[in-house]
Design a protein around this ligand. Structure first.
Ligand code: SF4
Ligand code: SF4
Ligand code: SF4
Length: 327
């Protein structure tokens, strides 16, 4: 008897859509996937309604790949619904895994974001400060839109997650690894990040010479020697604090790692791990006595956007989580 096909679902929440495309980046391998799996829910590609998912028996879906963080009530509802309907829930991509770039909005609250988007932008004229309301009574009835939350949450801050596929978007090899592990029934223990236990530096072809730096450059300020470690040339590269598994793809085109693979397994606070790596390369740890407090501050001041640099993908998942805004 032919083996029954697995049932897959894909969903996007607070995401840019890149992870939906990343699924297709596996090219001809998609033909292998359709051999062993049917897609039963994929709003970006199939006409299927939420009602259809609600009508599925619990655990009907074998594997749900969920990308995007949780920013509003619709996404929260779908995360809970898909958890209920799926045997395995995979946080696919940095946004579901760690909050991702949209998670940087946790530096503001809903009020600030609405003011910016619906009042202050140059192309907006909104003198009465009209903002979207979750429910509005019109003569035909009540119109509803999802409620926008103050804080972006990761998928596992909302529901139980079985596996994580890191990356913004996940590298092709990570997607293939996950699909093959599912197809062969060889998934690691629940809670695993489906990526190697090494850092981006471990995969990077650039030469490290253990050199200290005395100045930090932004990417556009310096043309680096392509053979040498970018961090040792003063360009902040998150490689030491970031989990590998992408074959150091940014470094291969001479761009620094910005950290999308998330934290290394042994240092879960990615930003703090990078600050520590930076302190070491600036010689601040070994040569404390050499620097006055003012000089240290001057060095650190060269980092123009510390949160955006050290927590570009992981602010909601970090111990900082969000900025406290007192009104
Ligand atoms: S992880 Fe990156 S590519 Fe994927 S949805 Fe988020 S921002 Fe887009
Ligand atoms: S810091 Fe960046 S450039 Fe240097 S070895 Fe690590 S990944 Fe490569
Ligand atoms: S090098 Fe860094 S930013 Fe680039 S894909 Fe790999 S983990 Fe992501």
């Amino acid at each position: 008897m032919a083996k029954q096909k697995l049932k897959f679902a894909f969903y996007w929440a607070a995401s840019c859509g890149g992870c939906e495309i990343a699924v297709l980046d596996i090219n001809e391998k998609i033909l292998d996937v359709v051999q062993f799996a049917d897609i039963v829910f994929w709003p970006v590609a199939m006409d299927i309604k939420y009602k259809d998912v609600e009508n599925m028996p619990d655990k009907y879906i074998d594997v749900c790949f969920f990308n995007g963080g949780i920013r509003n009530s619709e996404q929260e509802h779908m995360a809970k619904l898909l958890r209920q309907k799926s045997k395995i829930l995979v946080a696919y991509g940095a946004c579901a895994h760690l909050g991702g770039v949209p998670g940087l909005a946790n530096l503001h609250n809903k009020k600030e974001i609405f003011e910016k988007v619906y009042v202050q932008t140059f192309s907006t004229s909104n003198p009465n400060h009209v903002f979207p309301q979750p429910k509005v009574q019109v003569k035909e009835g009540v119109l509803e839109i999802p409620e926008f939350y103050d804080t972006v949450r990761t998928l596992d801050q909302t529901v139980d997650v079985d596996y994580y596929v890191p990356g913004c978007p996940p590298a092709v090899e990570r997607t293939i690894f996950a699909l093959e592990a599912i197809a062969k029934g060889e998934l690691p223990p629940k809670g695993s990040v489906l990526a190697p236990l090494k850092s981006v530096c471990d995969e990077c072809p650039k030469k490290k010479e253990n050199k200290k730096i005395s100045r930090i450059y932004r990417v556009y300020e310096k043309i680096p020697d392509p053979e040498r470690c970018l961090l040792e040339q003063g360009i902040i590269c998150m490689g030491p604090a970031t989990r590998g598994g992408c074959s150091a793809r940014c470094l291969k085109v001479d761009m620094p790692c910005t950290g999308c693979g998330g934290p290394c397994p042994n240092a879960p606070e990615q930003g703090a791990a990078m600050i520590s790596a930076l302190a070491s390369i600036l010689g601040l740890e070994e040569e404390k006595e050499k620097y006055t407090e003012e000089e240290v501050e001057k060095l650190i001041d060269q980092i123009k956007d510390p949160i955006g640099t050290f927590y570009m993908y992981a602010l909601p998942a970090s111990i900082l989580r969000r900025k406290v805004i007192r009104e």
